[in-house]
Design a protein around this ligand. Sequence first.
Ligand code: SP5
Ligand code: ZN
Length: 346
Amino acid sequence: MLTVYSEKQLLHHPPKEMVIGRFIDYRETPSRAETIIKAIRDRNVGDVVAPVDRGLAPILAVHTEKYVSYFQTAYEKWIEIGGNPDGVFPDTFAVRLSQIYQDISDGGAGGRPGFFSYDMTAIIAKDTYTAAYEAAQVATTGAEILASEKRRAVFALCRPPGHHSSEDLAGGYCFFNNAGIAAEHLIKHHGFGNVVILDIDYHHGNGTQAIFYKRRNPMYASIHGDPDYPYFWGRAEETGEGEGKGANVNVPLPIGTGDDEYLAALDALIANHIVPYGIQALVVSLGVDTFGGDPVGSFNLTSACFERIGERLARIGVPTLFVMEGGYAVSEIGTNVTNVLLAFER
Ligand code: SP5
Ligand code: ZN
């Protein structure tokens, strides 16, 4: 399987994040991507190519102009106001204070960080924009190669991840919604009529769900831990709106879920929703934070289970783009990711 990858994605490295009130080392580390690319090479998964820069167009197909231009200069402006060089931390969030304040401004230099994010883990450090921009190009290039070269599958090794970011909000280590950008590229540039974004990261992809909630194409389908981050989204009752009714499928599973229950849920999701939808292309939001040893997720999957997942995804039988999301057990992340990809190709 071909991998698309760029080392520029390693430039994003905020030192710390806050977890239950304490600052700890940032868990979404550059070493995650470095370990994955090493395993891709060591296990001969296939060639690795650099992304083609398609500019802002693929990003602006998903994200608002205001959000993108805020993000481009956010770090610079933060330094100008005397902010901590480690990265941008909002001091206020633009939450629903009252229905009478629907048209609030972005809050100016002081307010913008909290206007364009909903938590404090999508930390904009010195080169974060460069890395997130590059991740979006990796995803777009993956989609482009999949479609134009009529490949069976491509792996977009994106970092930072994307599924928690919506059209104008960062959160959950995510800035640009790489999987959403890729799906939109398949739909807009290659005419795919029934794309499914299947999100197997441990966390619900609230950003992806939000972006496509009122659309029939793509379908968004997710299996995730519940109750857990992002807390307010991911219920089975969230099924889409308007034209998108029925094209949003959430499968929350309890903390501690193991291989057998997980695979049964995946089989049911594929048989009851993804196949009946008439799937023509698959974008997998590939998180491996479902692994038992993961320090962030709380499922109990074994490394062998990732092979079973890869086999099932292959059986769907459509062109497939894998887009990297979460996974924080760095010593096992290379094995777990390549287990999915190698089993898919067997
Ligand atoms: C892309 C991705 O995987 N983002 C995850 C962001 C999660 N951030 C906060 C997690 C806090 C969860 N605390 C519960 C601990 C259970 N082990
Ligand atoms: Zn996750």
